[in-house]
Design a protein around this ligand. Structure first.
Ligand code: ADP
Length: 545
């Protein structure tokens, strides 16, 4: 045996490959290498015994492909394919086959030679990989569907809540407005108490609606914040002024931050104020008679920390986390102290949305410290403008000069409310338009001193009325005050940007409404502050919601 033959035999003996030759009609295997028993499980004699052995052992499902490849040899020089080959134990193995056509001088097919390699291992691994890939794809698909469903549910929830808030705000407007008006008249004690209850219940409902709506907005990622450098000292001062009446009522002393170093933070002004008001009112509500609430501002690295420290009962360690769980009042629901259980959860979400955080430390029996950490900012070149406080001035509005107001509003109960309120300003003459287009016509005819405008009108949207007025040089200068139940930030900003001078939300705060009218209609005149008119809710909406 020469070197070449020895080499070939030795290779064939070990390789997972069988070599074969076919007859001219390709039906019979006329030769197969002696290793066929090891590779395929069939002795060479069995394979070459008669026509059709190989074909019959190709797995049924793969026969079509196998035949197509074989038939190709009549025209082509080579065919290649992968198919399953049935083994003597009834199972199968995978073969990768390459066959070359053999032809005579005239090109007629005289047979083929080829080899089949056992690729079972590779195909098994591939099958496992394909299975895993398919499983991953289906898991991925499930995740995508779950995410889409959750997003859709969140949008639906947010839409439902904002719709509901609108629906609740409109009737609350009438309830709180008329109750405030009734409360201004001389009343018997029990009548006054009844009105106080209505106002208390209405305000509670209103803050509940607003807080639920805010939380839903944050969770749906729909909260729009205008983050800019704001003065924390100004916000503290304004907030302290707002909570002083509550502190006096509860016999609690509140003190502001000391020192004259200004502190600026990157935050949304109205939202910081909302958070601070919440912490301050908690410090006052959950305190003792004669107790104190102290506000301190300090710089801690990259953050400014505003801390609200009280001398209340404190919070036991095991209740700390529940502080931020919506509706969990930690037992305060058993007491006279009013609340919704939403203030702190909302405060935490708001502060986190402004890239800050809230921390709490407490000594049960001695008091608590709630600290808000916000990112420090450089002092802006133009100082932030504070909110215009409601005017507090002397009497004499009976002698005020006559003014005309046109109120464009399709809701009769709102109209009646404003008519009643304006009885307190006899110098103002009110005309009503129940539709947007009619409103524009009336305004053009009468050229009033002021326009009050609702946004959800029957025929055209209030924004269109505003646009038409601003586009006409004859009416562009007339101040337009919006009165709307839509308290969403983008709507407020959009409308103010479109030229409205003020945006008041329903339920209307009668005191604030009158203050705005006085400021616009009789600037510089001293007008008496209304007796007993408190805030009907978060009316502080100029440029925010
Ligand atoms: P609420 O509307 O009930 O005040 P919050 O979310 O603001 O809701 O607070 C949740 C609960 O945490 C309160 O009901 C009260 O039991 C407790 N709490 C909040 N602030 C203080 C505080 N400064 N001192 C003691 N307990 C507090």
């Amino acid at each position: 045996m020469d070197e070449g033959t020895r080499f070939s035999e030795s290779l064939v003996e070990r390789a997972p490959v069988v070599f074969f030759r076919r007859s001219a009609d390709l039906e019979s295997v006329t030769y197969v290498s002696p290793n066929s028993a090891r590779v395929l499980g069939d002795e060479p004699e069995e394979i070459t015994e008669g026509p059709g052995f190989w074909d019959a052992h190709v797995y049924v499902e793969d026969r079509r492909w196998y035949r197509r490849g074989l038939d190709g040899l009549t025209k082509q020089a080579q065919s290649e394919g992968e198919y399953r080959f049935v083994t003597p134990d009834g199972g199968y193995m995978w073969l990768h086959c390459i066959e070359y056509a053999e032809r005579d001088d005239e090109g007629g097919l005289t047979g083929s030679i080829g080899y089949a390699t056992d690729i079972t291992e590779r195909m098994t691994v591939l099958a496992v990989l394909r299975g895993a890939h398919a499983e991953m794809q289906s898991l991925n698909q499930e995740l995508i569907e779950a995410r889409d469903a959750a997003e859709a549910a969140n949008v639906a929830k947010s839409e439902f809540l904002s719709g509901m808030s609108h629906e609740v705000r409109t009737p609350l407007n009438a309830i709180l407005g008329f109750a405030q008006l009734l409360g201004m008249a001389p009343l018997e004690k029990d009548e006054q108490e009844g009105i106080d209850e209505i106002l208390k219940g209405g305000r509670h409902l209103l803050s509940l609606v607003d807080e639920v709506l805010d939380i839903a907005r944050i969770e749906a990622g729909n909260l729009s914040l205008s983050i800019e450098p704001v003065s924390l000292d100004d916000i503290c001062e304004e907030s302290l002024a707002l909570v002083r009446p509550l502190a006096d009522n509860n016999v609690v002393t509140v003190t502001g931050p000391s020192g004259d170093v200004p502190h600026f933070v990157m935050a949304d002004r109205q939202r910081v104020k909302q958070v601070l008001l919440n912490l301050l009112s908690n410090g006052i509500k959950y305190n003792r008679e004669g107790g104190t609430v102290r506000v301190g501002v300090d710089v801690l690295g990259e953050h400014v920390v505003v801390a609200v420290e009280d001398t209340g009962p404190g919070i036991p360690r095991h209740k700390m986390e529940a502080l931020f769980t919506p509706f969990d009042r930690l037992g305060a629901e058993q007491t006279q102290v009013e609340g919704t259980g939403l203030g702190l959860p909302l405060a935490r979400r708001l502060v986190e949305a402004m890239n800050g955080r809230i921390t709490v430390s407490s000594n049960p029996g001695q008091g608590s410290i709630f600290s808000v950490h916000l990112r420090v900012a450089d002092e802006p070149l133009v100082p932030a403008v504070g909110d215009v406080a409601a005017k507090q001035a002397g009497p004499a509005y009976a002698e005020l000069e006559g003014r005309t107001i046109i109120y464009v509003e399709d809701n009769v109960s709102n109209l009646k409310l404003v008519e009643h309120i304006l009885e307190r300003r006899p110098a103002a003459k009110l005309h009503a338009a129940l539709q947007g287009r009619l409103g524009v016509d009336l305004i053009r005819q009468h050229h009033p001193d002021l326009v009050l405008l609702d946004l959800n009108l029957g025929d055209i949207h209030g924004a269109q009325v505003l646009a038409q007025l601003k586009a006409d040089p004859d009416t562009a200068g007339i101040p337009v005050v919006i009165i709307s139940a839509d308290a969403t930030a983008h709507r407020v900003q959009e409308t103010l940007a479109a030229g409205a001078i003020e945006y008041l939300t329903k339920p209307l705060d009668v005191g604030r409404f009158l203050a705005v009218l006085d400021e616009l209609l009789w600037p510089g005149e001293k007008v008496e502050a209304e007796r007993g008119v408190g805030s009907a809710g978060p009316q502080d909406r100029r440029g925010s919601a």
